[in-house]
Design a protein around this ligand. Structure first.
Ligand code: ATP
Length: 133
């Protein structure tokens, strides 16, 4: 069975490098499932989990925005931040979630702070989801 090579890269370095059967990413337009020989494309990513399917196992990577570049035999994810579950500090994510929720309760609607807090909340929830917490 053909596989597809996946790289997940952040400004801090490589987070994942391996061959998988299928990869799915969360683009701004929705979930995108990528199998080997997919048509080439580039799409912006939203905060979400990258799912890497290999046999019967699925590995998840928490990604905080960026871009995916698809080529028939290669997927490159250029992420603003990305963490494997083992690299996620659950307490830190819980604290970030709490901070963001407090800000959302305090800030005026429609403000820049509101948008920032919403994004911070999404990042924290995504990290907790990926760790299963
Ligand atoms: P915090 O408020 O806790 O910094 P954040 O969502 O603002 O969270 P980011 O700006 O997305 O953090 O990421 C900054 C750096 O910190 C990135 O390298 C990211 O991988 C890392 N990081 C953020 N939160 C966590 C976490 N809970 N566990 C491990 N690494 C994290």
């Amino acid at each position: 069975m053909p596989t597809i090579h996946v790289n997940v890269v952040t400004p801090d370095g490589k987070v994942y490098d391996g061959d998988v059967d299928m990869v799915s990413v969360r683009t701004v337009e929705g979930e995108l499932g990528i199998l080997p020989r997919h048509i080439p494309l580039v799409a912006p990513l939203t905060v979400g989990a990258v799912r890497l399917k290999k046999g019967s196992t699925v590995e998840k990577v928490a990604v905080s925005g960026g871009f995916v570049e698809v080529r028939p035999d290669q997927v490159t994810i250029l992420a603003e931040a990305a963490e494997l579950p083992s690299a996620i500090d659950v307490d830190r994510a819980r604290q970030a979630k709490e901070r963001a929720e407090q800000r959302l309760n305090a800030v005026q609607k429609d403000g820049i702070d509101q948008k920032r807090a919403e994004l911070a909340l999404k990042r924290a929830i995504n990290r907790l989801d990926v760790t299963g917490k």
